[in-house]
Write a protein that binds this ligand. Structure first.
Ligand SMILES: [Zn+2]
Length: 275
C-alpha cells in the first residue's frame, strides 16, 4: 500500500509530493534531506490497517496531495534506484515482495502473510520486552515477574504465528533473533552449533559450559544487548537495506535513500551486508 501527502520544508518552504509505502511496523519514521536547503525533514507513517496516515515529526508541514510538486518515493524496506526515486508510477513494494518471497517461511495450509512471516512487526517494541526479560536477574525471587513478561511477549508474537511457544528467556531470545534476521542468522548460529558439536565430541562441552557461565556469560550478554540496542536506534534508517542484507544481496549500491546520513550508516553497516 502506498499513501500520498505533500510535505513542506519549514526552513525554505520547498514542497514535495511524498509517496510512502507501508512496511511491517504500525509506526515508521522516514528521514529525507530537503533538495533545496539540504536540511533533514522527518515524517512518520502511522498504520492501523486498512487505514494509514502521515504525521509530521521534524521540519515538516503537511499539505493536501499535489503531484505537480517534486515526487519523493519512500518505503521502509526498499532502497530506490536513482531513476525511480522521483517516479510517481513506481510501486517498489511489489519488487520487494518478489525479492523476499523465496525466503518467506510458508505455513502449509494457512493464509500466508509476508509481513509477519519474514519479519517481526513493531520489532522495536518487542525488543524492549526481550531486553527486559534478558536483564532480569536469574533468581527465584524474580521467577513470577519473568513468567509474566515472557507470557506478554508470547501473546504478542502468537497473534501472528500461533505455532510459536516461549517458556524460557532463551526461547524468547532465540525466536526473536531468528525471526528478525532469518535466513542470515544462520551465518552467526552455524559456527556456534559446530563448536558445540566439536566440544561434545571431545567430551569437553560440560567443562566449557561451566567456564562460560562463570566467566563470560554476563559480559557477553551485556555486549550483545548494547549492540542490538544500537541497531534499534538506527533501524528506521537501516531498514531500507536491512532486507537486502538478510538475504545476502549486494544490490543496494548506487541506490538512493532519503537521508545523506544513510551513507555513513551504510559504511558502518557494510560489515553486515557484505559476506
Ligand atoms: Zn528546505
Amino acid at each position: 500500500m502506498v499513501i500520498t501527502q505533500n510535505v513542506e520544508c519549514q526552513i525554505c518552504g520547498e514542497e514535495y509530493f511524498l509517496r510512502v509505502g507501508i512496511g511491517y511496523d504500525s509506526y515508521q519514521k522516514h528521514y529525507i534531506d530537503c533538495l533545496e536547503c539540504e536540511q533533514p525533514i522527518v515524517i512518520a507513517t502511522r498504520a492501523n490497517p486498512p487505514n494509514a496516515h502521515i504525521e509530521p515529526v521534524e521540519n515538516a508541514t503537511l499539505h493536501e496531495p499535489d503531484d505537480s510538486k517534486t515526487v519523493i518515493n519512500l518505503h521502509p524496506n526498499c532502497a530506490f534506484p536513482p531513476e525511480v526515486y522521483h517516479d510517481r508510477r513506481k510501486f517498489p513494494s511489489l519488487n520487494h515482495l518478489n525479492m523476499v518471497a523465496p525466503f518467506v517461511r510458508m505455513r502449509p495450509g494457512k493464509f500466508q502473510d509476508f509481513a509477519t512471516q519474514f519479519d517481526i512487526p513493531n520489532a522495536g517494541k518487542r525488543w524492549g520486552q526481550v531486553k527486559a526479560i534478558l536483564k532480569l536477574p536469574v533468581n527465584s525471587s524474580k521467577a513470577r515477574m519473568r513468567r509474566r513478561l515472557i507470557s506478554r511477549y508470547s501473546d504478542k508474537r502468537k497473534k501472528y504465528n500461533p505455532d510459536l511457544s516461549h517458556a524460557t528467556p532463551s526461547d524468547v531470545m532465540c525466536e526473536f533473533l531468528d525471526s528478525l534476521f532469518y535466513p542470515r542468522i544462520n551465518d552467526l548460529a552455524d559456527p556456534v552449533k559446530a563448536l558445540i558439536d566439536q566440544l561434545h565430541a571431545d567430551n569437553q562441552l560440560e567443562g566449557f559450559a561451566n567456564y562460560y557461565d562463570r566467566n563470560l556469560k554476563t559480559e557477553n550478554l551485556n555486549r550483545y544487548l548494547s549492540t542490538l540496542s544500537s541497531f534499534f536506534r538506527f533501524r528506521d534508517q537501516l531498514g531500507q537495506i536491512l532486507d537486502y542484507a538478510r538475504i545476502s544481496s549486494d544490490d543496494v549500491d548506487g541506490k538512493v535513500v532519503g537521508s545523506k546520513n544513510f551513507e555513513e550508516i551504510k559504511l558502518f553497516y557494510g560489515r553486515f551486508t557484505k559476506r
